[in-house]
Design a protein around this ligand. Structure first.
Ligand SMILES: C[S@@+](CC[C@H](N)C(=O)[O-])C[C@H]1O[C@@H](n2cnc3c(N)ncnc32)[C@H](O)[C@@H]1O
Length: 226
């Protein structure tokens, strides 16, 4: 599946970018607003007070993003989420918590991902419990796979730590195999290894929910090799 509209026709690209522009929050403290002509973002230039950058995809209501950002005040987290209401909610909480190192981007990563950030930007990438799309006919909507890992690789710095979590064994297994077969990524626990959890990091809303309901969870930690 092609994940981005970059190679598709210009009118579709234009239409989707207008939708995203309408969804912009316009919050000087917390939002990174989508505007196609300004891309790719050069985060080190835009935020010279930060040397390290964290990208979280599908942050939902932001419980993980906020706790992670609070634990890493020297790292700027860019938390991406396609649902506007969820972003509003987490911005409110971020402000209440006085967080200074987090920006939210309302974006569907299936629409735009290439040419969003300059190469070699991120030191950490997190994908927590992406929608599992259990029906075979919907698997095409799973965004983590070889093609996406290749795109991710270019915007990650050497030794960037990628963490992925899911309650779907099938999806996690697919991703762990994609990591093994995509050049530039290395599972730090060995090819094909899934962990039941990653110690010492915040638990996302879905992680808590699924674990409390008694479901297994599967995690991957990988490094970007350059
Ligand atoms: C199952 S929830 C997990 C939320 C959070 N990461 C957690 O673990 O609690 C998946 C989230 O990813 C978002 N999402 C799904 N597909 C997306 C896409 N293509 N681009 C951006 N966000 C997406 C959904 O809106 C939803 O908030």
């Amino acid at each position: 599946m092609s994940l981005s509209v970059a190679a598709r026709d210009d009118s579709l690209r234009e239409k989707l970018s207008k939708i995203l522009e309408k969804k912009n929050i316009g919050d000087a403290d917390y939002s990174l607003d989508f505007f196609l002509p300004q891309l790719p973002w050069n985060l080190p230039k835009m935020f010279p007070e930060f040397q390290r950058f964290h990208l979280e995809l599908g942050c939902g209501w932001g419980e993980y993003s906020r706790e992670w950002a609070a634990q890493h005040p020297d790292v700027l987290t860019i938390a991406v989420e396609k649902k506007r209401k969820r972003v509003f909610s987490t911005i409110k909480e971020s402000r209440a918590a006085g967080l200074k190192n987090i920006r939210y981007l309302i974006l569907d990563v299936e629409w735009f991902f290439e040419q969003l950030f300059i190469d070699n930007t991120f030191d950490f990438v997190t994908v927590n419990f992406p929608d599992p799309w259990p029906k075979a006919k919907h698997h095409k909507h799973r965004f983590m796979g070889e093609a996406f890992l290749q795109k991710l690789h270019s915007i990650c710095r050497a030794n960037c730590r990628l963490e992925f979590g899911s309650d779907s064994f099938e999806y996690a297994n697919e991703v762990v195999h994609s990591i093994a077969s995509t050049p530039g990524w290395q599972n730090i626990h060995g090819d094909g290894v899934l962990l039941p959890q990653i110690e010492g990091r915040p638990r996302s809303f879905f992680q808590q929910l699924q674990q409390e309901l008694g479901f297994f969870t599967y995690f991957i930690q990988a490094n970007c090799i350059k």
